[in-house]
Design a protein around this ligand. Structure first.
Ligand code: ADP
Length: 249
């Protein structure tokens, strides 16, 4: 579905993503795993053409991102968003419909109805008229997921969707990701909690500036691969078959 070839990005003279080539499979929930500063967000932003001066190529179904952007949904890191912007939850979700509208068209009743349905799917219908600055972190994250759902994309990128959310929201998010997968959609998630990786994800992309490995979780979630990815930043309680992770920061 996505072919990434020789993607590199430098800031000043520092390489943050170096010569990464990989294919991303359709219909799976895939996670980008690696220590802080490994280039996970940068790689996603490179795929989505959100940062300049990236070398290499990315093709989505053989086309550029610009040609395929309507089928791609993006949920950025919650901290990267200006939550003081004066707008309510329903309007944020309705914005997800803009890709479906023609030039100069404003969202109509149908778009509002779809946006409302998406808020219901994430359990946020009661908060439709609430200003986004007055939502909790978990509620804001749900609104963002609803916005991505409203877009009705084929492919979703989510940057750390579980950060700062309570257990109920985490459960709601993972249920939603599994629903998307059942509908044949492809989901890519930047994630840092190694304790939930095996439960949540089918496929892993292990990254530390370079690509360490990409493949099924059952093959890659091993002590050896994790040590190659995290180096000294990882503490494990020894167990050959199933590493028990203490600290991935
Ligand atoms: P991750 O998502 O794996 O934590 P990032 O992709 O956010 O890593 O960052 C990779 C590296 O690039 C980090 O060292 C970070 O400080 C650096 N970096 C990210 N964005 C910028 C930027 N706009 N200017 C300079 N350095 C940046």
């Amino acid at each position: 579905m996505i072919e990434i070839r020789n993607v590199s990005k430098t800031y000043g003279n520092k390489s943050v993503v170096e010569n990464v080539s990989l294919n991303i499979e359709k219909g799976k929930i895939t996670s980008f795993i690696g220590p802080n500063g490994a280039g996970k967000s940068t790689l996603i932003k490179s795929i989505l053409e959100l940062i300049p001066s990236v070398s290499g190529t990315v093709e989505i179904y053989g086309k550029t991102y610009k040609e395929k952007r309507k089928i791609v949904g993006y949920v950025p890191q919650r901290e990267s968003v200006d939550w003081d912007f004066p707008t309510n939850a329903l309007d944020v979700v309705t914005m997800g419909r803009y890709g479906h509208l023609g030039w100069f068209k404003r969202p109509g009743m149908k778009d509002k109805r779809i946006a409302m349905e998406c808020l219901e799917k994430v359990g946020m219908e009661e908060y439709a008229q609430r200003q986004i600055s007055q939502l909790s972190g978990g509620q804001q994250q749900r609104v963002f997921l609803a916005r991505a759902l409203a877009q009705d994309a084929q492919l979703y990128f989510m940057d750390e969707p579980f950060v700062g959310v309570d257990a109920a929201t985490e459960k709601a998010i993972i249920t939603l990701l599994n629903d998307l997968k059942k509908q044949g959609k492809t989901v890519l998630v930047v994630h840092h909690d190694l304790n939930t990786v095996q439960e949540y994800f089918d496929w892993l992309i292990l990254l530390n500036v370079h690509l360490i490995a990409a493949g099924p979780t059952k093959d890659l979630f091993t002590k050896d691969h994790l040590q190659k990815t995290y180096g000294g930043k990882l503490t494990m309680l020894d167990s050959e078959t199933s590493p028990i992770l203490i600290n991935s920061r």
